[in-house]
Design a protein around this ligand. Sequence first.
Ligand SMILES: O=C(O)CCC(=O)C(=O)O
Length: 247
Amino acid sequence: MAIAEVPAVLTEEEMLHFRTRGFLGPYSLCSEAEMAGLRPAIEEVLETDPPNGKNRIHNRHLDSRAIYDLSTHPEILSRMVALYGADLLLWRTNFFIKYKGTKAIPWHQDFNYWPLEPPIIVSAWIAVDASTKENGNLQLIPGSHRKIIPHIKATPDVQFREMADAGYYDSEQLVDLEMQPGEFILFNERTLHHSKANFSDLRRIGLAVRAIPPIVHVLKYDSEDHALQVIHGEDTMGFNRVAQPPL
Ligand SMILES: O=C(O)CCC(=O)C(=O)O
């Protein structure tokens, strides 16, 4: 797919919602049946080693056209463009796979961990499997992106090394984002989010897509062949390593 067409725009209300609450959605990227059709190809990617022995769950848009196309689907891209302007680069993609017994992801603000300056990132999180209260759906705190929350050493029951300091947020305010396969949400680099452990027999795969405007410098790349793709408009700054998407 060439640079995607942009069919949908956001209403003023949706724009305001994103600015004040730090997230939008869920929206439909494709039907449940269409996602069921895509799932075998996604599973095949996840069962295959990427070039140069890198991690199977990170940046697979670099070697799989199917993952690139899913990550840059017009339903996502059009909304990112409405929020962040016409010029966008794809920085990273990450699969978050939760089988039965997979640990929780702690409350966190993404920008705490990431080598980006200034830290301006829009994330889409796409439900490949159904993501429900049973199998550890995303939860986030609306409006939490308005402040920087200190992160501290994480407890051993969660997946990350650092987590948001619980003294600085009120988890009573959380919103559950249950999603059917083919749905996605958008959130920004400071929106506090987490997911609980999966105690069910139901697998939960989500694909997170991270896009940045050209003004953002990537201070550290994920691998030697890590480069960004211009997914909409142009790279007006030329700060970052840019490459073509996979064929
Ligand atoms: O999928 C999850 O459980 C967590 C996702 C997440 O932390 C992210 O997309 O930044």
